[in-house]
Structure formats: C-alpha cells, structure tokens
Design a binder for this molecule. Structure first.
Ligand code: PLP
Length: 219
C-alpha cells in the first residue's frame, strides 16, 4: 500500500478510537495536497478518498482539472488566500472555499457564481487570535458579515474556518470557534491541521485540513 494511504488510515484509526460515530457521520478529512505532485495523490483517490485541499488557484487548475473530469466524486477545497481576480477560475474548479475573509471577495464570488451557474460551499475565515498579520473577519463582526453574505449576496455559507496563532493553545481557540458558530445558522467548523487535528476533532471540527501528516514534509 502507498505510504500516503497508510498515513491516512493511521489518522482515521486514531480518530475512530476517540469517536467512531463522529468520524463516520460528521467529520471529513481534507488531504491538503498543495506542492505535491499527482503521483502522490492518485493512490489516495484509488483508495476512495474524496476530499482534497489546495491553496493556490493556478496550481490547482494544473493538477486537478483532468483528475476531476475523470473522478466525479472528488471534492476540491480552496484553503488559501483567494484574490478577487482569481475568483472566476476558482468558481469553476473548487467545490468549497474556506477562506472568505473580506466583503469585496464576497461580492466577487456572488457575481461570478451567478455568471457561471455555480454555488460553492463557503466558510468565513475568522481571525480567531486577532493577529494583525493574519486575514479573517473579527469575531465581533461575524454576525453582520454573515447576514450580508446570506441576505444580500446569496452565498452558501456553511461554516467558519480558522488558522489559530502558533502558540500551542489550539484548544483555547477551537473552543472559541465552537462557541462562535452558534451565533449563525451554519454548522461546519474547518479547523485542525497536522499538529493539532486531534484537539480540533475533540472540540467539534467537521473539516480537518491535514497535509504533511499524510503527504510528508513540504520543502
Ligand atoms: C497547508 C495548510 C494546511 C495543512 O497544513 P499541515 O500542517 O501540512 O497539515 C491546512 N490549512 C491551511 C490553510 C494550509 O495552508
């Protein structure tokens, strides 16, 4: 069996040991394949894995256009910063966008989804640690931003996403996220990466974004 498949199975077993029902019914693992070539990705697809994440539109187009034509069950997740001039390409490739972080982008997605007859599922990115160098909506603006997206722009907002500060207090931020999501009429929590996915899972994450623990280290 290919190493990436082994790695995925190991993570699945670990999560099952903690809560099998939650893994089966609520939580998806997104295999974050950014920087990795298709020969590392295909074994996972053949094993039956469906959810993959990329953080650059151009790279995703090159790697995924053909694969998606062949395997219709694939769900592709945009997890990186999305520039407005890339939205029209992103809309045609990605099933999910995890990084909605400003109103101009929301407006652009709204325009392009109408033009292209697409409706991606979207997460609002939250700047959960209020870090000046990170993008995202502030927690106290979530409600208003969400209402604008739903009522004025017809976006399919399914949840919130975060990249917590790098201070080993993931648990604290994940709990904040699980409180925040109750403020809006959406349920999904995109949080947890290779170094903290178990904590995120325990706190209610419904989409884990795992790269290096599946594919190995990125150079
Ligand atoms: C790269 C990336 C991940 C995966 O990171 P790993 O530490 O390799 O698991 C998750 N989320 C985002 C937004 C990323 O850019």
């Amino acid at each position: 069996m290919h190493q990436t498949v082994n790695n995925l199975i190991q993570i699945q077993n670990q999560l099952k040991d903690y809560n099998e029902n939650r893994l089966k019914n609520y939580t998806k693992i997104i295999a974050v394949s950014k920087t990795f070539p298709t020969d590392k990705i295909l074994p996972l697809i053949e094993y039956g894995h469906t959810d993959f994440g990329e953080n650059k539109v151009q790279e995703a187009i090159e790697k995924w256009t053909n694969i998606k034509e062949k395997y219709h069950s694939i769900k592709l997740h945009m997890i990186g910063k999305l520039q407005t001039n890339k939205v029209k390409f992103a809309i045609n490739l990605f099933d999910y966008i995890h990084s909605l972080d400003n109103f101009k982008l929301a407006k652009k997605i709204s325009d392009e989804q109408q033009k292209n007859n697409k409706k991606p599922k979207i997460f609002i990115q939250i700047n959960i640690g209020n870090e000046s160098q990170k993008s995202g909506i502030n927690s106290n603006e979530l409600n208003e931003f969400y209402n604008n997206c739903i009522n004025d722009l017809n976006l399919d907002i399914i949840g919130i996403m975060c990249l917590p500060p790098n201070d080993n207090k993931g648990d604290f931020y994940f709990k904040k996220m699980s409180e925040l999501i109750k403020m809006i009429s959406a349920n999904e929590l995109s949080m947890g990466m290779s170094n903290d996915y178990l904590e995120a899972f325990k706190t209610g994450a419904t989409f884990l974004r795992i790269g290096s623990n599946i594919f190995g280290n990125r150079n």
